[in-house]
Design a protein around this ligand. Sequence first.
Ligand SMILES: Cc1cc2nc3c(=O)[nH]c(=O)nc-3n(C[C@H](O)[C@H](O)[C@H](O)COP(=O)(O)OP(=O)(O)OC[C@H]3O[C@@H](n4cnc5c(N)ncnc54)[C@H](O)[C@@H]3O)c2cc1C
Length: 464
Amino acid sequence: MENIEKTFDVIVIGAGTGGTTAARFTAKKGLNVCLIDRKKKEDIGNKICGDAVGNEIFDLLKIAHPKDEELSCHIKGAKLYSPDLKKCITLLDPKQAGYIVNRLEFGQRLLNEALDAGVKQFLDKTMVLDLLYSNGTVNGVQVKLANGEKVNLNAKIVIDASGFYTPLRKKVRSTLIEKNIQKEDSILCYREIVKFSPSDLEVQDPEHITIILDQKKAPGGYIWYFPKNQSSVNIGIGTFMDYRGKVKDLYRSNVYNKFIKTSKVEILSSGGGVVPVRRPLWSCADNGFMLIGDAACQVNPLHGGGIDPSMRAGYYAANSALQALENNNYSINQLWDYNYKVMTSFGAEFASLDLLRIVLQSLSNEALNFGLGRELLSGEEILEISSKGGLNLSLIDMAVKAFKGISNPNLLLDLNYLRIRMNEISKLYKNFPRNLSQFSNWKEKAIGIYEKIKTMFVGSKKIK
Ligand SMILES: Cc1cc2nc3c(=O)[nH]c(=O)nc-3n(C[C@H](O)[C@H](O)[C@H](O)COP(=O)(O)OP(=O)(O)OC[C@H]3O[C@@H](n4cnc5c(N)ncnc54)[C@H](O)[C@@H]3O)c2cc1C
């Protein structure tokens, strides 16, 4: 390979939604940035996904909203169905509104904007193999270039945005960053993009994404049905990881055969993937190193949406990298600021939704039908929970719920217990320690809350 540069301020691994955002904002601030991906350039952005992303992130980062070939359709909100399909809760608020994107075109745009922002070197078809260290601090990566040559690249800071299967989390020399993700904290997905022939029925609800909770048909996860355009849908299933090898069959029998009523179809794309559905890693950084996006488990535990948080984290990591360079300090004490930003913002929401996710996965279809049917949680409350990660109920609300839930008092008590723990964890995350010295105390308290919920609803503790 002809001469490539080997020394940078920042190396970003992975040019997905998180990595391109981190690269863009570090480059924009004048840092010397290298962006690396194992895919070839034209394939960047091509990912098996539900393709739904909310409005908010584009305003937050002041970047263009999806349009033209990158936009599939606009979404007004979400519809959540009970397993018996008798109850539909419509969730309409600005946070739910957004887009279904064409993933490849969207990814290509984010990549091109990062390159235009001044990324110094983009290496595609390049596999990152390992981290390099100097005095206990990450100071680069070993990569295998497109021609098979192995080279070392150095940087003051390495940002890992290489997705759920990151090779680096297992290799990092850290007591702060957990290496393994427990299998019950991930969801296995399979989805197809299905086109109906124009003469056939149109997509049923072209303005809403539809989510169906069903513990029998989609154990531990849900069935989704997202419009793509006037004649095609993105339809899929998420299940517990134990269904590895069986998820496609579940999809075929419980989703495709049930929801696609015509035989005149064309399958435009199919494939599976894994999404982490837990709180972010306890620490998303260590000396010279930050993780963002799926690599850091920064995905909404309730619905598995990870595009928005990966971009948020990319932006936060870019700001922290800039600060570190200004202070000429790449230690975890300096980069702690990135953890603080993640945990006190969407981390607080996700930690709380993680508790809700654990409880929802433990409920039977009967309990879900009852709880959603009687509106033990209303649409507004679900929105409040998903936007704030907690729920404040007045005494009167509680009394009304007690009355509604009178024929199932255990469920009501369980939900109330959950509500209290959700508020507790959200508050704890919002008070995430400003520095590392108070972290182990904080973590112990957080684990205590998870263990209470796990003991009560799953019958096991096992939080690491
Ligand atoms: C079936 C499914 C449906 C989903 N639906 C939605 C949805 O509707 N909305 C939503 O918001 N989220 C959804 N998600 C989640 C979302 O896709 C991810 O959370 C999001 O893409 C995370 O972005 P990322 O940048 O962290 O990682 P990724 O997008 O996974 O990018 C990682 C990049 O790193 C590269 N890479 C990996 N390993 C290496 C290596 N060793 N060396 C170099 N490069 C490497 C990869 O090629 C890739 O380009 C879904 C996920 C799945 C699986």
